[in-house]
Design a protein around this ligand. Structure first.
Ligand SMILES: *Cc1c(COP(=O)(O)O)cnc(C)c1O
Length: 358
């Protein structure tokens, strides 16, 4: 038996989540966002499994070229655009859609000599204030791009929400209004929604939704859980119990002796630590599933191990452990570690083996 963690990645869960997103936004195409190695799930395998979707979103050109190199012919969109002429020509050559979000990129595109015209998405800063052209610049930059021979017409249109995960926050309505006002009557396709937008802001669905997290079966809404949205976790992080030891009342466990048992109990040591991507800030009490039952983390997370208070339950060396995934939502673990489930999914390290299952 091997005592090391395995990230199990489920194809049927992924299919379920895609079907769910199609049901949520029946009139929109899906740009499946697979940046950061498909949120830690393995980008090539996931792109192959997702051959039915309409396109893929990536953050950086290296990510898109990895997919092209492995024979993925689908529509690929560079969500951060490109930053130099060499990459611009690569994008044209490999038929990558490019997001354009500032005046420098517009000038570079208009002045470049390209082997073929680019398909572009002009991104508007409707209130996120990270990327995107300012509303006051929009008409001018749109005109420049619509007259350029380097650009396939019509120009597609995009924006990104800052707080789509907060239902009560009026900011999203303001962003939708800003985007709609600027783009009224223009011919291109439109995309506004990440996962939270797709799940909670139907008025903004547009021609394409851009889900990342929801594809992988986690709920992006603040305090949300996958089941509330009928999503199924694609990744289940599994490991094994390495040893079980008795611990007397009052004795501490682990580095810093930060946790002490208030009763006679047993501690299961599990082969999973921050060196594998388990969050070091997970507090004592964070749930861990052993043989399908929840037990509390006890003491600090180490590099290779965690310690779990299993009381007098029947837990033995080699028993199955789930750190997050099926039966234990990654959202809950993220909350116990004061982070977001996006970070946990992306943090899996190279030491963890991947197993792709149906
Ligand atoms: C990452 C990203 C997405 C996907 O966001 P999720 O919250 O994971 O659905 C969509 N659009 C852009 C521009 C992104 O950078």
């Amino acid at each position: 038996m091997r005592f090391s963690p395995i990230a199990q990645i489920s194809r049927s869960a992924l299919k379920h989540n895609i079907a769910r997103l199609r049901q949520v936004a029946p009139h929109s195409k899906i740009m499946a966002v697979l940046k950061a190695n498909a949120y830690g799930h393995g980008v090539i395998q996931l792109a192959q499994w997702l051959d039915g979707v309409d396109g893929f979103g990536l953050a950086r050109i290296e990510e898109a070229l990895t997919l092209r190199d492995s024979g993925i012919g689908a529509r690929l969109v560079l969500l951060e655009g490109v930053f130099n002429e060499e990459d611009l020509e690569q994008a044209a050559h490999h038929q990558l859609d490019v997001v354009v979000h500032d005046a420098e990129q517009v000038a570079m595109i208009c002045n470049a000599e390209l082997s073929q015209p680019l398909r572009i998405w002009l991104k508007i800063d409707s209130g996120m204030h990270r990327l995107g052209v300012q509303p006051a610049q929009f008409d001018d930059l749109y005109q420049q791009l619509s007259q350029s021979n380097n650009v396939q017409q019509p120009i597609n249109l995009m924006t990104h929400f800052a707080v789509a995960d907060e239902l009560e926050n009026p900011q999203t309505v303001k962003q939708i209004q800003c985007f709609n006002k600027l783009t009224k009557g223009l011919p291109g396709e439109r995309t506004l929604c990440n996962s939270a937008g797709a799940l909670s802001w139907p008025a903004a669905h547009g021609d394409w939704i851009r889900p990342g997290l929801a594809l992988f079966g986690a709920n992006p809404m603040v305090g949300g859980r996958a089941e509330q949205q009928d999503l199924t976790p694609v990744m289940t992080m599994r490991s094994k119990v390495l040893t079980v030891r008795a611990l007397a009342a009052g004795e501490p466990v682990g580095y810093g002796q930060s946790w002490r048992s208030n009763k006679d109990t047993h501690i299961a040591v599990v082969a999973m630590g921050y060196g594998d991507g388990y969050p070091r800030h997970a507090v004592s009490g964070t749930p861990v599933l052993i043989n399908g039952k929840r037990f509390p983390l006890a003491g600090r997370v180490s590099m290779d191990m965690i310690t779990v208070d299993v009381g007098h339950a029947n837990v033995e060396v080699g028993d199955d452990v789930v750190l997050w995934g099926q039966g234990l939502g990654v959202e809950e673990i993220a909350e116990c570690a004061s982070t977001i489930c996006y970070e946990l999914l992306c943090s899996t390290t190279a030491r963890v083996a991947y197993q792709y299952i149906d």
